[in-house]
Ligand binder design. Structure first.
Ligand SMILES: Nc1ncnc2c1ncn2[C@@H]1O[C@H](COP(=O)(O)OP(=O)(O)O)[C@@H](O)[C@H]1O
Ligand SMILES: N[C@@H](CCOP(=O)(O)O)C(=O)O
Length: 330
């Protein structure tokens, strides 16, 4: 887990009060994330998550926070950011959802019920696929735009930075995959792909489920802080690479992938171009996270508690996707 900025109960309490969320009773660092500082905050009125943003700026954040608000208001299960209800004495105005704490941009959102499912079945994958398709449709009339900041331009900038840390076989793979992705992004099929706001980091640890009853109940998608406007197919590729593989080898799991894609397509049918480019976008998803994990691993930031993710995992996933491209079966 990562805590880049320590926050005490006394420091957080006035902020919670300015949001009309009551008296702060406890504040506990969240395990799991690597990007931001997250705390569970419980008040006498409810349970919330306080995030201090460590890399994203005041200028970039309104896109993410308003996207979450828009999706929540369109019935997609995501944590809704809370707005200031009364002047907070620190420059915040009523209605603001982008807050400030200890000089950092901050937000307070609802805490989702349940827990992440780290060993998903086809039923979990179907729930994620269906909700992702509904999210893509709900995002189409969102009126703000921001590019995917971890998209092709960032890969082109960052690969030269991580290359000195790679052996020869890894260098060959990363350079040839980057060249392939630049080639795909210049194609007419890629330009014709449907696009809009995407989550772009929809891994098992960014979805909550309530496990009561027989069928898993998805209680929400969270951690929208890599979201951006990009192709819906890239979002699908990223999600399939985490939800529908065997984590030890990176190999595709057909039963989970079929369940995910059938449920997605029951809500939004893939276009002919999307069907052609699905294997390429799965490779793109693997490349994106191989690069970011290499970057985090070899050029780490200071954090009180931080566990860098293993870059070797996405090298294996990428090799699998290149060696065994899987098209659609439905
Ligand atoms: N809205 C939320 N509801 C419930 N738990 C949350 C919520 N946001 C974050 N968490 C918890 O905090 C952990 C870290 O959050 P995450 O968003 O993944 O961190 P980061 O911003 O560093 O990626 C998650 O694994 C989850 O347990
Ligand atoms: N999902 C990414 C890491 C991004 O960090 P998160 O904690 O914001 O999900 C990966 O696995 O590399």
């Amino acid at each position: 887990m990562a805590v880049y900025t320590e926050v005490s109960l006394d420091e957080a309490a006035p902020l919670l009060q300015s949001l009309g969320l009551g008296q702060l009773q406890s504040i506990t660092a969240c395990a799991g994330g690597i990007e931001n500082t997250n705390y569970f905050v419980d008040t006498d009125q409810g349970r919330y998550v306080l995030t201090l943003f460590e890399r994203l700026s005041f200028a970039q954040l309104p896109f993410y926070l308003h996207l979450m608000k828009h999706l929540a208001q369109h019935g997609i299960p995501v944590p809704e950011p809370h707005a200031i209800t009364a002047a907070d004495g620190a420059g915040g105005k009523p209605g603001d959802i982008l807050l400030r704490l200890k000089g950092k941009p901050a937000a307070v959102v609802n805490r989702l019920r349940g827990r992440s499912e780290l060993a998903p079945t086809p039923a979990h994958c179907a729930a994620v696929g269906e909700t992702l398709a509904r999210m893509h449709l709900a995002g189409r009339d969102f009126d703000r735009s921001q590019p995917n900041l971890r998209g092709l331009a960032w890969w082109n900038e960052t690969v030269p930075v991580v290359l000195p840390h790679l052996d020869e076989a890894q260098s060959r793979l990363i350079r040839s995959e980057l060249a392939y992705q630049n080639h795909v992004a210049a194609s007419s099929n890629w330009h014709a792909l449907p696009r809009g706001p995407i989550h772009a980091d929809l891994f098992r640890d960014n979805v909550m489920f309530d496990s009561e009853g027989d069928a898993p109940q998805l209680t929400g998608f969270f951690d929208f802080y890599f979201a951006g406007c990009d192709t819906f197919l890239f979002d699908i590729g990223v999600s399939l690479n985490d939800w529908c593989i065997h984590l030890d080898s990176g190999a595709h799991d057909a039963a989970r992938a079929d369940a995910f894609l059938a449920a997605y397509q029951a809500v939004r049918r893939l276009s002919p171009q999307e069907r052609v480019l699905l294997p390429a976008m799965q490779r793109a998803g693997a490349l994106r996270f191989w690069i970011s994990r290499l970057w985090d691993f070899h050029l780490p930031r200071e954090a009180a508690l931080l566990q860098a993710h293993d870059p070797g995992h996405f090298e294996r996933v990428l090799r699998e996707r290149v060696a065994h491209p899987r098209g659609l079966t439905c």
